[in-house]
Ligand binder design. Structure first.
Ligand code: UD1
Length: 421
């Protein structure tokens, strides 16, 4: 398995391009199943999770052509299978996003249940409940969600909690349903808006995306479209936390600061100087950061996907920060690893109390999930001496060329290739 070796203590200075958002690209790729025409996508990040999704789509019979760089063309003129097998779904929970599109266009779907994952239980009961309300005959058989419906019928739906992929799955199912669907308590994330906008350019009739009430008027068929995936606000926020922890001056290009309000506000509280244009962010940090507490919430609140990274910044801040994780029940696994580097963090249930130390010290640590890995990279960049991060395949799932982007602004990160054990 690959490792990263980080020599810490260098200030970051220079420019970094932000990639397309993983969490927007995944549902958008699955939306290719909704039409027999071609979808042309730009700004698709090169990530293992994207490869896994393309592998699944190819298995279903989707024709995928790589264009230059981050461009892809997908065509689901005809498909060979309506089954997403366990082997693929277990490696990436977002595979559940093929359920809505397969069911609504082909009238049947068999998708393996994802099971638990490192950051918590993460059930998909709301996806299932919503599809049943749209008229699907849906049951769990041998670990699979097995669904069928002649044509789904629009209705008013309310999920018990705000769920991002749940909203996306139900929205994709509803676009080809008969009549009007109203999704109450819908997720407002920018990635949901990006998917809705692309579906509309395919001929869907969706309104209210970005609010808690999405209205979808079903159509008979969708057509092809071109779409540019929204920039990754979590990748951008991760680089900003890195410069907050190390000090320096970086400019992010191809960013979407208007999707990053809560993140930018918290970073300003740490003492970071931020300037933003429509698609760029300049961040300067000339002082030790000030401790900044926060609670994770659904958008537009502070994202759970940035919790570990802002915690890493707080480990070297002046003062004490109280951090509350409201979305996932087991998302503090980076805490013990950060502790191995000298961080002082106490956990009580969903609350972490971080008392900043003047400096972390490099150590060997292990990545446990995607954003936890990013927090260890930030800690390694800020620490004195060398940090080795093991099991970085988690990082490759969600960050495009992370070490080369950071090295281009002055970091010293080496990848040591090893065999997967
Ligand atoms: C998405 C993001 C993930 C992010 C998360 C929260 C993608 C591919 N992934 O994950 O990066 O951390 O949103 O912003 O976009 N829940 C249920 N039943 C359900 C669905 C969800 O109980 O049927 C619970 C979950 O366990 C969790 C909460 O609802 O506690 C929110 O989860 P959800 O928004 O669904 O997360 P994902 O869509 O899986």
């Amino acid at each position: 398995m690959d490792k990263l070796l980080i020599s810490g203590g260098r200030r970051l200075k220079g420019e970094i391009p932000v990639s397309g958002a993983k969490n927007a690209a995944l549902p958008i790729l699955c939306a290719s199943l909704l039409t027999s025409d071609s979808l042309q996508l730009e700004n698709v990040p090169e990530l293992n999770d994207i490869q896994t999704t393309l592998h699944l789509l190819r298995q279903l019979g989707v024709n995928v052509q790589n264009g230059h760089g981050s461009t892809l063309t997908l065509c689901a003129a005809q498909i060979d299978s309506v089954e997403a097998p366990y082997d693929l779904v277990k490696t990436m929970r977002a595979s559940i996003l093929v359920l809505g599109p397969l069911l609504t266009r082909f009238g049947e779907a068999r998708v393996s249940l994802p099971g638990g994952c490192a950051i918590g239980q993460r059930p998909v009961d709301q996806h299932i409940k919503g599809l049943a309300a749209l008229g699907a005959d849906i049951k769990i058989e041998h670990g699979y969600v097995v669904a069928s419906a002649k044509r789904l019928k629009g209705t008013t739906l309310r999920t018990d909690m705000v769920t991002v992929t749940g909203t996306e799955n139900l929205m994709m199912a509803a676009v080809l349903a008969e009549g009007r669907t109203i999704l109450e308590n819908a997720a407002c994330e920018p990635e949901v808006i990006d998917l809705a906008n692309m579906l509309n350019s395919m001929g869907a009739r969706i309104q209210g995306q970005g609010t808690g009430r999405i209205i979808i008027d079903g159509v008979e068929r969708l057509h092809g479209a071109s779409h540019n995936v929204v920039p990754d606000r979590i990748e951008a926020g991760t680089f900003l936390c890195a410069v907050g922890a190390t000090g320096g001056d970086i400019t992010l290009h191809n960013a979407a600061p208007d999707t990053m309000g809560a993140i930018l506000e918290k970073l300003r509280e740490t003492g970071m100087q931020l300037e933003c244009g429509p698609d760029w962010i300049r961040a300067r940090m000339d002082q030790r950061p000030r401790a900044t507490g926060f609670r994770t919430q659904e958008y537009p609140g502070f994202p759970t996907d940035m919790q570990a990274q802002l915690m890493a910044l707080n480990t070297v801040a002046d003062g004490t920060a109280v951090i509350v994780e409201n979305i996932f029940e087991n998302r503090f696994m980076h805490v013990l690893e950060l502790g191995r580097m000298g961080a002082r963090i106490d956990i009580d249930g969903a609350t972490a109390v971080v008392t900043g130390v003047p400096a972390l010290s490099g150590a060997t640590v292990m990545a446990t999930d995607l954003r936890a890995s990013a927090s260890l990279v930030i800690a390694g960049l800020a620490a004195e001496g060398q940090t080795t991060i093991e099991r970085i395949y988690h990082l490759d799932r969600g960050y495009e060329h992370m070490e080369s982007k950071l090295n281009s602004v002055g970091a010293d990160i080496q990848r040591i290739s090893g065999k997967r054990s």
